[in-house]
Design a binder for this molecule. Structure first.
Ligand code: CTP
Length: 398
């Protein structure tokens, strides 16, 4: 998403400047081009040398350096996004009133791109009416504010005002400025993770699905502009983007109900959840005690949700299922494609090295009614991009 994107970061005087080297690393890892401006106060917290080494660009600290004038007008036209992080109360007040006594401020006034700020200050300063007023001015001038977090502050107090973490800033930039429009206007439902089928109040029947693949798919679709609803079973994964709507379920029954409510509106449905095929016929309402005898659980089949959606498919709706197979993979996957009335089935073979549950990589084959596309072994986020590209091609041909 950020490959070759130009990000100009202006660092003002706040202890939170210590987080900026890590933010620059994250941006460079994503192949962005990064340039930095620092105020004099900022250089008390982090040296320009650290940031010029990480960004591979000379850091700008003034209008004139070594008898060379920096053209703030051209600098303001260079980036795709201008980020002020950390934004101190002092720089905030100057930006709000148009003071222009530093190259940071002259570049702000010259910027022709979107501007975002990540404020950082102690809670009392953050909540002061002057700060509120200045921030409101920036918002009405079109500046996007990356909200500060709550926690330990440099003063030793605890409260609101600490600068957002570098990972949060990275996500904010991607989400607000760099989503593509390939799937804009498309509503997509993704299911992910395992289901837990209750035996009693403390025990369940589950499976090894980590949710990694489904979450990666949801993120990729969202990055390509889609409105994404993610229904997930219990998992440690995070959707990351605030704009992805996440619905938490536990059992196959709850997943079915949630899918029934949401699927009617969806342009594309991706059934990635590892749904239990059987559930205890009844869950005990108290913890089952052992008494030395065998315990027999009666299981009844769950509803096949993908098949239910296949028989209730709306016109022009795409329904994509997954097939996890250990043998006779292609034929078994094709059988599911037809049986469940899917438009495509994504085959996951547990025989492929580096594929399946809990791994960070996967190998898939997308099988539809005309072709078979093998991804090769890739990271789950690259697999998600592979699936997204397939869907973009498909949706454009409807
Ligand atoms: N699926 C579903 N509801 C179920 C079981 C599975 O919606 N009760 C969906 C899965 O989300 C997946 C597809 O059906 O998209 C295939 O799941 P899989 O477990 O591979 O196959 P099953 O249909 O359960 O068949 P089997 O376990 O016999 O291979």
């Amino acid at each position: 998403m950020l490959r070759n994107k130009k990000i100009l970061i202006a660092v003002s005087g706040s202890i939170a400047a210590y987080k900026i080297p890590y933010l620059v690393r994250l941006l460079i890892k994503e192949r962005a081009e990064v340039k930095l401006i620092m105020t004099r106060a900022a250089t008390d917290f982090v040296t320009p040398l650290v940031l010029s080494t990480l960004s591979k660009n000379k850091v700008i600290t003034g209008f004139v350096e070594e008898d060379v004038w920096t053209d703030h007008v051209m600098l303001g036209r260079w980036p795709d996004v201008f980020l002020v992080a950390p934004l101190s109360a002092n720089t905030l007040s100057k930006m709000a009133t148009g003071v222009c006594d530093h190259i940071l401020l002259a570049t702000y006034l010259s910027a022709t791109c979107p501007v975002a700020v990540a404020p950082a200050m102690d809670e009392d300063m953050w909540k002061h009416p002057t700060t509120r007023r200045n921030l409101q001015q920036l918002v009405s001038d079109g500046v996007q504010v990356i909200p500060p977090g709550t926690g330990e502050l440099a003063s030793g107090l605890s409260g609101e005002g600490r600068m957002a973490e570098p990972e949060e800033i990275l996500c904010f930039l991607k989400e607000h400025f760099f989503r593509s429009s390939a799937l804009q206007g498309k509503k997509i439902l993704v299911t992910a993770g395992p289901t837990y089928e209750p035996i009693d109040p403390v025990r369940f029947i589950g499976n090894r699905s980590s949710g990694k693949m489904g979450f990666a798919i949801a993120r990729s679709l969202y990055e390509h502009g889609a409105s994404v609803t993610l229904i997930t079973g219990p998992t440690n994964e995070k959707a990351v983007y605030k704009g992805i709507e996440v619905i938490h379920i536990e059992s196959a029954e709850e997943l079915l109900e949630a899918c029934k409510q949401i699927s009617g509106d969806a342009d594309i449905i991706i059934m990635n959840a590892a749904v239990a095929d059987f559930t205890p016929a009844s869950a005990a309402d108290h913890k089952i005690k052992k008494n030395g005898a065998d315990l027999h659980l009666a299981l009844r089949p769950t509803t096949d949700i993908a098949a239910w959606m296949g028989s209730n498919k709306k016109a022009n709706q795409l329904l994509i299922g997954f097939a996890l197979e250990t043998d006779n993979e292609i034929n078994n996957a094709k059988a599911k494609l037809h049986k469940k009335n899917l438009d495509a089935v994504i085959l996951n073979s547990l025989n492929d090295p580096g594929a399946g549950f809990g791994t960070d990589t996967n190998t898939i084959t997308i099988i539809d009614h005309g072709q078979e596309l093998n991804s090769g072994n890739r990271s789950k986020s690259d697999i998600a991009t592979f699936i997204t590209s397939y869907l973009i091609g498909k949706i454009n041909n409807i």
